[in-house]
Design a binder for this molecule. Structure first.
Ligand code: TRP
Length: 478
């Protein structure tokens, strides 16, 4: 079975793949602006506590279950007990929806990267438009959005079809160190710009008033961010864990991955926010940060050759972060199909299965690419194009006015916290934390030292925090 499924070639390779999955748009885009908005250093403190008491436990739980049962999300839950299989399916479904919108965003990052590259060679990479104008122009251009979305998806297919060691590990082993190096260059360049200081202050100086007045909002923002950023709650780390050999130390991996992810998030904030401050851009711009504000920073603020070079480097690093994450989402779906083939006694054809599932996901993501990222019209081009073809000219009312938010809400907002909650209840109350400790101890010379603390995490802390997140999501929803 192992031979057919594949395995990581080395500890370093596994860590690059797992950290690559964790470090993504969530770190570079979400973390900086959420931190600034939610009390800076105070938010960081809450975030760190959550990583230690929730992130470590769930990370270990997923890796250990994956290695123990040697299967993907669905296979693992089915092996625990038939009645839990649906939790695995919920994970695959989350991967499906997240990958759909994540790849649309990945395609947009590619477009921005190409734009700066073109400008380096004197071409009009952004049609001579400003940040906001170009964003509106590009996101409502159906052909362009689909093209870059498709390119991003094809790159995912190429890597995942290459297998665990020969595809994912091989790629992330080069991509992650490159990402770190480029990020350092950007951080240092930005630090040398006059006016950068205000950005650090806005992002990092603790504002404990926010904690006192709006603790609930800070908690749910930090918890949601942490789950998404650590790729937890949908079986991603179960799947990656299933390719781990018994010689791999789970106790240290459960800490290395979250710590590295948090370092990358802080480093991203040290690059992004001071850059906005130094060039007089509004760093409180929220979700517009990545595509509107930062585009202006490089294109107008820095400007000239250095602006184009830095812009290219920056979007290239965002692209690396995004694709090392998206391949882990695709792997969750592919692993499900591979496990099913093996169960049936067939020889799985990874290439064929990857192409098949990625094509279906591509179709699911088309509405996201066509609605102008929720710009104005309900349903956007996803509705308009077929409607026009059918000769319907009036605006058709639809329930979904931003497909990205919709997919995000059902996956990240509901299915993932629910998945994490159920997994931790299964470990804490049904199987017992000992199952995890036993799995850790299969590596010669390793024992799980924090078993008692983790037991409390699985039994009480994780489920309680997940209830907070779920309640907050449902409140937002209605
Ligand atoms: N962690 C990635 C980010 O921060 C996104 C991601 C990859 C993810 N795999 C995941 C999120 C699995 C949830 C579950 O951008």
């Amino acid at each position: 079975m192992e031979e057919k499924r594949g395995q990581w070639g080395s500890t370093f390779g596994f860590l690059m793949a797992a950290i690559g999955s964790a470090v993504g748009l969530g770190n570079i885009w979400g973390f900086p602006y959420k931190m600034g908005k939610c009390g800076g250093g105070a938010f960081l403190l809450v975030y760190l506590l959550l990583v230690i008491f929730v992130g470590f436990a769930v990370m270990l739980g997923e890796l250990a279950l994956g290695r123990k049962y040697g299967r993907g999300a669905v296979g693992t839950y089915a092996a625990i007990a038939k009645k839990w299989t649906w939790v695995g399916y919920m994970g695959v479904a989350s991967g499906f929806f997240i990958l759909a919108f994540y790849s649309v965003l990945g395609g947009m990052v590619l477009r921005y990267m190409v734009g700066f590259l073109m400008q380096m060679f004197g071409a009009a990479g952004f049609n001579n438009m400003g940040g906001g104008e170009f964003f509106g122009h590009f996101t409502t251009n159906a052909g362009g959005m689909l093209l870059f979305y498709a390119i991003f998806m094809v790159l995912n297919i190429i890597i995942v079809a290459g297998g665990i060691e020969g595809g994912i590990e091989k790629f992330t082993k080069v991509a992650m160190p490159s990402l770190a190096a480029i990020l350092l260059i950007v951080i240092i360049y930005v630090a040398c710009q006059p006016g950068a200081g205000e950005g650090y202050r806005y992002t990092f100086v603790p504002n404990f008033d926010v904690l006192a007045t709006d603790f609930f909002t800070v908690l749910k923002t930090a918890a949601g961010q942490m789950f998404f950023s650590l790729s937890l709650g949908m079986g991603c780390m179960i799947t990656y864990g299933s390719y781990l050999g018994k010689e791999q130390n789970l106790e240290s991996n459960m800490m290395i991955i979250p710590i590295a992810d948090t370092c990358f998030a802080i480093m991203a904030a040290m690059a992004v926010m001071p850059a906005c401050a130094a060039f007089g851009m509004d760093y409180g711009a929220g979700p517009g940060l990545l595509f509107v504000t930062l585009h202006e920073v490089f294109n107008v603020g820095m400007g000239g050759f250095i602006g184009n070079l830095m812009g290219f480097l920056f979007y290239f690093l965002v692209f690396l972060a995004a694709i090392t994450s998206s391949i882990s989402l695709l792997e969750v779906c592919t692993a499900y199909l591979i496990d099913k083939q093996i169960e049936k006694g067939k020889d799985p054809n990874r290439k064929k299965l990857t192409i098949m599932i990625a094509s279906i996901i591509f179709v699911v993501g088309i509405p996201v690419a066509l609605d102008g990222i929720g710009a104005g019209r309900a349903g956007g081009a996803a509705i308009d194009i077929p409607a026009t073809l059918l000769g319907i000219t009036e605006n058709i009312p639809v329930a979904v006015d931003c497909w990205l938010d919709f997919y995000d809400c059902i996956s990240e907002g509901i299915m993932m916290p629910l998945g994490a909650m159920i997994m931790s209840i299964i470990i804490g109350w049904v199987l017992g934390t000992k199952v995890v400790a036993d799995e850790v101890a299969k590596t010669p010379g390793v024992v799980l030292r924090a078993e008692k603390v983790l037991d409390i995490c699985f039994k009480f802390i994780v489920p309680a925090i997940m209830v907070v997140v779920l309640v907050a999501q449902l409140q937002d929803f209605f």
